[in-house]
Design a binder for this molecule. Structure first.
Ligand code: T5A
Ligand code: NA
Length: 215
């Protein structure tokens, strides 16, 4: 009968990009759009600054504390691991989870510091085994364009040198990753959002196709 049908799993959608690329505003729009379509949806952002680990990260980003590059890298990763189980459970229960920054930010911001013992390869290790996104939307914007947007410059990595290196590294890793959709984030809010909604609905169609067999 109907009640025996397995729940179709939710999607894991990641949004990535430089500081001020528009990730949080676009995530909010995407959540609203999917909710309006009667889809169960949750928003998660990394770093999640509310947990004990997140509070250490927040203090580091604001410049109130200093940490070794490797230590802060592992804290960012630990912050994802502490939420991994609940993300997986939500997806299994049919909830689509929209994630504002993920492992990709984790590896590129750390590797961008050019610390000789913190390579991209080293940075990937603690990320291995986290839930794999169904799609990653990369909001592509130049460091110069991003710098023009509100509030830029307040936190640790918000300078053009760092952002330019981060942008190059995002390109490097996304050449190798599957299921990455590059979105031009330099346009108006509505243009960017149309592109995102299009990419996500394609992704949802693919999820349908590989969903569980129906009896
Ligand atoms: N980090 C993060 C790591 O080093 N390792 C990790 O593992 C992780 C997860 C904090 C820092 O931590 C680093 C990366 C970051 O440096 P954060 O808390 O996500 O990460 O902070 P930010 O990325 O800085 O978040 P922002 O809120 O600044 O950027 P968003 O979310 O990309 O941008 P948004 O949506 O808030 O918009 C920024 C401004 O631009 C305007 C908005 O109105 C807003 O004023 N805007 C537009 N303006 C013109 N045209 C458009 N299309 C616009 N879209 C938005
Ligand atoms: Na944000």
């Amino acid at each position: 009968g109907l009640s025996d049908q397995p729940t179709r799993r939710g999607a894991l959608i990641v949004v990535e990009g430089l500081d001020r690329a528009g990730k949080s505003s676009q995530c909010e729009k995407l959540c609203d759009h999917l909710s309006n379509q009667k889809q169960a949806v949750k928003y998660v952002r990394f770093p999640d600054r509310t947990t004990p680990i997140g509070k250490l990260i927040d203090s580091y980003l604001r410049g109130s504390s200093q940490l070794d590059d490797h230590s802060i890298h592992l804290l960012f990763s630990a912050n994802r691991w502490e939420l991994a189980k609940s993300i997986q459970d939500d997806i299994a229960h049919g909830i689509t989870v929209i994630v504002d920054r993920y492992s990709y930010s984790g590896v590129v911001y750390s590797a961008a510091k050019a610390n000789p013992t913190l390579s991209l390869e080293w940075a990937w290790q603690p990320e291995i085994g986290l839930p794999r996104p169904d799609i990653c939307l990369f909001l592509s914007i130049s460091a110069q364009e991003a710098a023009k947007r509100g509030g830029f410059g307040a936190e640790r990595y918000e300078n053009e040198t760092m952002q330019t290196r981060v942008r190059e590294l995002f390109r490097t890793i996304f050449e190798r990753q599957h299921d990455v959709c590059i979105v031009d984030a330099g346009g108006s809010f509505d243009q960017v959002s149309q592109e995102i909604l299009g990419a996500v609905s394609n992704c949802m169609v693919r999820l349908d196709a590989i969903g569980p067999l129906r009896t």
